[in-house]
Design a protein around this ligand. Structure first.
Ligand code: SF4
Length: 326
């Protein structure tokens, strides 16, 4: 370890001020402490925000759900409003990490967690995300778990969160508090693709604090669910995943919200799949045809060509499950 200063924020204003001075926010600590132990992250100051009043789940006036940034993953997954309205969120959370980690980690921390690329966590390896300009060991190295969508010549690391995939599918927004006040950012714009600046991973400005994630109301009844495909059935990150939400009415698909995980540098909204579903009658043939376009933009690497077919099958299976024709 290395020396650093620890402070505890008394309120949100103090947290923002400390963040502006370069402090790193910490709550559950399940990601940052690991990275500090491995010296991947070396903050001078750690600002403990765990005492801030950001731990509430509320129903919005329009019928959406607002989850405070400091709500624990396990509490969000078990919340009756979340379970009843958006089971895809509960399922994504329950398929993440371990029970112990879910009891500690927060919603805000979950979406801010950093990639599991092994080269990123090996300080002796070239990594543009950790050390800009140093190169990317994964491009020429072992890249089985890396992205087939949204990568660049600088970085091809996947975003590891499961619940972020559900948030992307449901078109959630991230609420922020910063030196200039409050603002909201669409979830699909909050996490950034690597481009030429893979070290920039999110839309937060200096000092900004995530206060909540809000999921808007969707037409009801909304069926939804999350499927995660991985090398082992617990405590493992996704090779592919699919978050699916469907509103069926009058015998056709009236609304379709679909996103994929484990395949993109950010949670990947599958707009083409959604478009293919709208207005069509649910059937096995429809699920297959819609899922067939899921990987149209894929650019597989040397060791992850298998993800192209796996993504299509993951999406198809989850459409079948949620759509009710399995
Ligand atoms: Fe670093 Fe990204 Fe390359 Fe991994 S894929 S080594 S995180 S630059």
């Amino acid at each position: 370890m290395f020396p650093f200063t620890y402070t505890k924020a008394a309120d949100t204003r103090a947290a923002v001020a400390a963040g502006q001075r370069g402090g790193r926010f910490i709550a559950g600590g399940t990601t940052l402490v690991d990275l500090m132990r491995e010296t991947v992250e070396r903050p001078d100051t750690v600002v403990d925000i765990s005492g801030l009043p950001l731990g509430e789940i509320t129903t919005t006036r329009s019928g959406g759900v607002r989850i405070g940034a400091l709500v624990r993953m396990s509490d969000a997954a078990a919340d009756r409003r979340v379970r009843n309205t958006f089971p895809v969120i509960s399922q994504a959370l329950e398929l993440s990490a371990s029970a112990q980690l879910r009891n500690m980690a927060t919603i805000g921390g979950n979406i801010m967690q950093r990639t599991r690329c092994t080269y990123f966590r090996d300080v002796s390896a070239a990594c543009n995300k950790r050390a800009p300009g140093s190169g990317c060991a994964a491009l020429e190295g072992f890249n089985r778990s890396h992205a087939i969508l949204g990568g660049s010549s600088q970085c091809v690391a996947t975003h590891p969160s499961d619940v972020a995939v559900a948030f992307a599918a449901l078109e959630a927004s991230v609420h922020l508090l910063g030196p200039d006040g409050e603002r909201g950012v669409p979830f699909t714009e909050f996490l950034l693709r690597p481009g030429n600046t893979p070290e920039r991973e999110h839309a937060l400005r200096p000092g900004e604090l995530i206060t909540a994630v809000e999921i808007p109301a969707h037409p009801r009844p909304l069926r939804s669910g999350y499927l995660k495909v991985r090398d082992r059935q617990s405590y493992e990150f996704a090779l592919t995943s699919a978050a699916v939400a469907l509103h069926l009415g009058g015998g056709v698909v009236r609304a379709a919200k679909v996103a994929a995980g484990g395949v993109g540098t950010v949670p990947w909204k599958l707009t083409a799949v959604e478009q293919r579903l709208l207005g069509e009658r649910p059937s096995d043939r429809l699920w297959t045809a819609a899922a067939a376009v899921a990987a149209d933009d894929a650019e597989p690497l040397a060791h992850n060509e298998f993800k192209v077919e796996l993504l299509k099958r993951t999406v198809e299976r989850q459409l079948r499950v949620v759509g009710g024709t399995r």
